[in-house]
Design a protein around this ligand. Structure first.
Ligand code: ZN
Length: 102
């Protein structure tokens, strides 16, 4: 009978150690995440409010912010891809329109 009690105590201690060990691992993981926040936030870059999407002028290839770019009204004809095109200035927009229309 005493042997059974010892056995149960050893079993209880074993599970207690296992529980504490897993808790420590979890805690270590949490601490690592807290100390290194780079691992946690892959989306929403902190500078997203300041920086904006860059687009390329379809005519000359210069990069400019999307808000400053001229967006061509995509006259998507059947058979052609309805591509959204951006330009750095009206001259390039008109020039590109002339080359594609001709
Ligand atoms: Zn351009």
């Amino acid at each position: 009978m005493r042997a059974l009690i010892y056995f149960l105590i050893i079993l209880a201690v074993f599970f207690l150690v296992l529980f504490v060990y897993s808790r420590l691992q979890q805690l270590k993981h949490n601490i690592r995440d807290t100390l290194d926040p780079k691992n946690e936030t892959p989306e929403t870059p902190p500078t997203s409010s300041k920086e904006e999407k860059m687009v390329t002028c379809h005519y000359c290839g210069v990069h400019l912010p999307k808000s400053e770019a001229l967006k061509s009204e995509a006259l998507s004809e059947p058979g052609t891809e309805p591509a959204e095109r951006f330009y750095c200035c009206t001259a390039h927009r008109d020039a590109d329109k002339n080359t594609t229309d001709a």
